[in-house]
Design a binder for this molecule. Structure first.
Ligand SMILES: Nc1ncnc2c1ncn2[C@@H]1O[C@H](COP(=O)(O)OP(=O)(O)OP(=O)(O)O)[C@@H](O)[C@H]1O
Ligand SMILES: [Mg+2]
Length: 242
């Protein structure tokens, strides 16, 4: 089942095409990785999914209905979003950063707290971190807090834009494992943007290769790997280390 649908979606910035006539669906409960070079349109695509950008043309459906831009904040509560640098509030401690959305939406305090504890343990953050401030955390710890914050309302969709790009390999590998574990425990549609092929191959169920705002190939990871649809995808896959 597709939880997100694009139909002939194009986007231009100042008349210049960033995405051209994209039609595709994003499968529920799977990890879809969007990969492509810098400037290929990955972040634009993600921001169209959560309504931060209204496309110049085309139809976007999320949760089986066209995005309604006049009530977009309500929809966005159901879409977790995590970017590099995490966007944590520096003047709030870890607890308040994560619990923020629960408070805004007046979710019961004990519901928020139970979920917060569960999420922190899933990403291996000790309870003692709750009273710490972002500046007291390493980059990896901050990224983990960012994931907990995005997941506090248990959103059916989770978008990640190069969220792990600034981390060292060991930390990135740990967080990858935590994300996969979380996906096992509470599956959702994850759309992850990266330019790191190894990350894509490790995490993806489905892979979309973007270049110059056009889909070069989209399908099961194995299908893309074993059956690259054109020279661009073939060359792109050559970056693989092994
Ligand atoms: N706010 C904006 N105003 C004008 N042009 C933009 C804007 N945002 C992106 N672009 C342009 O649109 C194209 C796609 O940008 P986008 O950020 O979606 O690419 P990306 O694949 O995420 O790149 P990266 O890997 O570097 O993050 C680029 O040519 C970029 O310069
Ligand atoms: Mg980007």
């Amino acid at each position: 089942m597709n939880i997100i649908r694009f139909e002939n979606v194009s986007h231009r910035y100042d008349g210049k095409a960033a995405l051209s006539r994209l039609s595709f669906g994003i499968e529920d409960n799977k990890i879809t990785v969007i990969i492509g070079r810098s400037g290929s349109g990955k972040s634009t695509l993600l921001q169209i999914i959560n309504g931060l950008i209204k496309p110049s043309e085309g139809k976007v459906e999320v949760f089986d209905a066209p995005l309604n831009y006049s009530s977009i904040n309500k929809t966005r509560l159901k879409i977790g979003y995590s970017v590099q640098g995490t966007g944590l509030f520096p003047h709030m401690n870890v607890y308040d950063n994560i619990a923020l959305l629960g408070k805004i939406t007046k979710q019961l305090r004990h519901v928020t707290e139970t979920r917060l504890d569960m999420l922190m343990s899933l990403v291996n953050l000790e309870p003692g971190f709750k009273t710490k401030y972002p500046y007291q955390l390493s980059g990896g710890e901050q990224q983990r807090v960012g994931i907990c914050r995005a997941m506090i309302m248990n959103p059916p969709v989770f978008l990640l834009d190069e969220a792990f790009g600034a981390l060292d390999n060991a930390t990135r590998n740990e967080i990858h494992a935590e994300l996969l574990n979380m996906q096992k425990i509470e599956p959702r549609a994850i759309v992850l943007v990266t330019h790191d092929l190894d990350e894509a191959l490790k995490l993806a169920d489905n892979i979309m290769v973007l270049e110059k705002g056009v889909i070069q190939q989209y399908g099961l990871k194995e299908e893309v790997l074993n059956n690259p649809s054109n020279e661009f995808v073939k060359n792109f896959l050559r970056q693989r280390i092994n």
